[in-house]
Design a protein around this ligand. Structure first.
Ligand SMILES: *Cc1c(COP(=O)(O)O)cnc(C)c1O
Length: 374
């Protein structure tokens, strides 16, 4: 039987032909395709200004710089997330304040967020885990009450909706990723959704060396900016993907429904949050990542993953606990701080889910899990 990876991008012939056209056009780095991609993303997000960068990690760094966050500042963020956000908070010289997540949704616990707010807090940086939006009403109520910026890590949540509104179409700053494991890929890439054109112009400077143009045609730099521009080749791929995003996400939801129907339930797995009642289509399902019933298993997680791998089924781990990385242990973090986060880090396993899969592939994964655990 063919190998089933845990994720795989779907790139169609129209997109591949479009890339060939860009390669032949004579303009391959940031140019007309970037402008088109930004306009199309802006349309998709209700007209808000969007600027693309060469990764979500870069977009997070630039978002923090745009908010003027630096040494002495605190940013509240989950530890149950990809390393990028905690890393970038540390990189700009600020302190990530790690807050606990709920076990089922794996999204920030807003009661814990409120307890973590201090006079030094400048921003909340939540992750919409696996495409399930955080409680946006609670998030923005806290941000308003304490006058905090919000940088949403929506790397996994393009196409997700909260009470009918797309993530990124409202709120403060939103970051998307176009890495191949995400719902929309540009090979690599990211986007930052902004409040107004003034912020958009600042991002154009921050993503390209800090350069501004003077009236006499020469250039000036007032800030040591990075180089985070997205090439046109990548933007053209993103455009081809955006045209199919709703179809891809609908397919992901169908496959997840099949997982819920077929999942072996003889052991006490903790299955993912199914999406808010009545708003199930608001979940974009980047991953299907249940928690293993480790206490009831004769094998450990590496053995479980190896047994699936031996049956031609790939798995992933999302995520390790960021506060327990060497970087943050050196700053005093330790086991026992965040019990839900640490349990998720020990027990999570990401199962195959991507739009080119079939319901029969889901059945195959579920049967293999039953066999491995019996
Ligand atoms: C993938 C991911 C990122 C980083 O995205 P890149 O585009 O690879 O920089 C950040 N946050 C989360 C939650 C992610 O899943």
């Amino acid at each position: 039987m063919s190998y089933l990876p845990f994720t795989r991008p779907t790139l169609d012939e129209e997109t591949i032909a479009g890339v060939a056209e860009v390669l032949r056009s004579g303009w391959i780095t940031s140019g007309p395709q970037v402008k088109r991609f930004e306009a199309a993303l802006s349309d998709y997000l209700g007209g808000r200004p969007v600027r693309v960068l060469n990764s979500a990690t870069a977009a997070l760094e630039v978002a923090l710089q745009l908010c003027g966050i630096g040494p002495g500042d605190e940013v509240i963020t989950p530890s149950q997330t990809f390393f990028a956000a905690p890393n970038m908070i540390a990189k700009v010289g600020a302190t990530p304040v790690f807050v606990e997540v709920e076990l089922l949704s794996r999204n920030l616990d807003f009661a814990a967020v409120e307890r973590a707010i201090t006079p030094r807090t400048r921003a909340i940086l939540p992750t919409h885990f696996a495409g399930l939006p955080v409680d946006m009403a609670q998030l923005y109520a806290l941000a308003d009450r304490y006058r905090l910026r919000v940088i949403e890590d929506a790397a996994l949540a393009i196409g997700s909706r909260w009470r009918g509104q797309r993530i990124g179409s409202f709120g403060d700053l939103t970051v998307f990723s176009f890495h191949p494991n995400k719902n929309l890929t540009a090979i690599e890439g990211g986007a930052l959704v902004l409040n107004d054109e003034a912020e958009a112009r600042e991002v154009e400077t921050l993503r390209f060396h800090g350069i501004t143009r003077l009236p006499d045609g020469t250039r000036d730099v007032a800030f040591p900016g990075g180089k985070f521009n997205l090439p046109d080749v990548n933007a053209r791929i993103g455009l081809g993907q955006l045209a199919r995003l709703e179809e891809f996400n609908a397919r992901r939801r169908e496959l997840v429904a099949e997982y819920f129907r077929r999942f072996p339930t003889d052991l006490p797995w903790l299955l993912p949050h199914p999406g808010y009642a009545g708003e199930e289509t608001g979940h974009s399902w980047n991953m299907f990542a249940p928690l293993l019933p480790l206490a009831h298993m004769a094998i450990d997680r590496p053995q479980f993953r190896a047994a699936l791998e031996a049956r031609g089924i790939g798995t992933g781990l999302s995520y390790e606990a960021a506060h327990l990385t060497t970087l943050f242990r050196r700053r005093g973090h330790h086991e026992g701080e965040l019990p839900n986060t640490e349990r998720i880090a020990r027990e999570t396993v990401t199962l195959p889910l991507f739009p080119a899969m079939t319901p029969a592939d889901v059945a195959r994964v579920c049967a293999a899990i039953s066999e491995v655990l019996s």
